[in-house]
Ligand binder design. Sequence first.
Ligand SMILES: [Zn+2]
Length: 155
Amino acid sequence: MVDYAVVGRCGVFCGSCMIYRASKDSDQLREQIAKRQKCKAEDVRCDGCQTVLESGWDVQKQWGKNCRIIKCLEVKGLKFCFECEIFPNCKNFQTIYKPYLKADENLIENLERIKAGEVKEWLAEEEKKWICRECGNPISDYEKCHWCGAKLRTK
Ligand SMILES: [Zn+2]
């Protein structure tokens, strides 16, 4: 089954977003992110981009209030970054785009595929890609695997 909840609004596969992974898998990673972002560990939680800001989602309690992309798109009334007139020359987008490029993930290409309706195929590829080569568990773009500590492969 295709989990459309994890189709990131900025082109990130939510399964590779460290907020999502921390909230699903690791209290330790939640603590680290909370320290870095100066928020509470319990605020580090998300069920995927497409669940954010729909009815029942509490923006004050979940990560949306901290996510620069969600905040920006909400104000503009857009669903995806590619719908924006200044895309991709946007500070918010570039802040996420650049580090992901180092992890061999091109968010502009991802958004093009989402736009083209290749969501199902794209999600299947992403799920395979964001797996730790040492332990086989799902990982994020965080510098190391939150399961076994193996370093993330970067360019
Ligand atoms: Zn691992």
